[in-house]
Design a protein around this ligand. Sequence first.
Ligand code: COA
Ligand code: ZN
Length: 311
Amino acid sequence: MGFPNSVRIVEVGPRDGLQNEAAPVPLEAKVRFVNALSASGLRDIEVTSFVSPGAVPQLADAADVLGAIEVRPDTTYWCLVPNAQGLERWLETSGRLPAGSRGIALFTAASETFNQRNVRASIDESLRRFQEIMTVLQSMPAPERPRVRGYISTAFVCPYEGAVEPAAVQSIAVRLVDLGVQELSLGDTIGAATPIQIRALLRMLLTEGDVGDLALHLHDTRGTALANVLESLDLGVTAFDTSAGGLGGCPFAPGASGNLATEDLLYMLNGMGIETGVDLGAVVDASGVIEPFINHQLPSKELAAYRSAGF
Ligand code: COA
Ligand code: ZN
């Protein structure tokens, strides 16, 4: 088994975490949260989402968030964009970011039913929307263009259709890469995958054809996320999406549970001597910034341990 020397963490708490939190969080708290995250050394932060405010009311202030955060030139500020209308809204505000700090995340799913419920479109239709977005981006001067990552949700298990075939994910992965997406993030959206499923999909993607850079987007609903990270590391994946505190696990929304907590991943990687450039104590501080604004305790195990034991 060979582990890498370093891992890249994509912090998605301000987007994936907050979109699942029921209590409306004030703009000022979101901005302080993002600033605290970037102060911790995180260099990839998904700050908000330009989806329909009707679909995700919590993130209706996307432009205000992107307009107010402190901008570090060495950090990429990712935003979720679902369609041409979302791209237009993003373009209105993203000009304040240095070109190298711009990132947009597109999202589709490996299961038709989930995609239909999430974005009211078939997988084909969502890829057609991405084509529209990519055409606009490709008309921009190259140095101005954002980086683009593509989420494939329900890449392992769908809450409506059950187990997802690796071949279904692979065919979408190839189409996304053909569209010009630079990094794919494979989503265990409902936190149901086990290492066997991780291995089956990664082996297929890593051995058959070029699917660009891969990241794993794990939720920790059933406590399998760190086991899945280990399996992924062993197979050569070195990028993971996490959220501070494991934000997003709302006890009032059945089935909705938080991302793998940034603190939990950091504790394990630190102990394994794998570098991330991220300060664990500073992420604990960032979780402390957002926790008073949600109506429950953050679920991260390491957050609780750090607060009581100091490491
Ligand atoms: N930003 C703001 N408003 C938008 C929008 C966007 N990106 N996209 C659509 N809208 C508005 C339209 O203007 C329209 O408004 P109106 O009713 O006032 O005329 C309304 O939303 C419906 O537009 P339509 O194009 O028919 O979209 P839809 O209702 O089929 O919704 C999505 C499609 C993708 C926009 C919507 O389902 C969505 O935002 N989903 C996001 C889900 C999500 O974030 N999931 C978590 C991420 S994994
Ligand atoms: Zn997610």
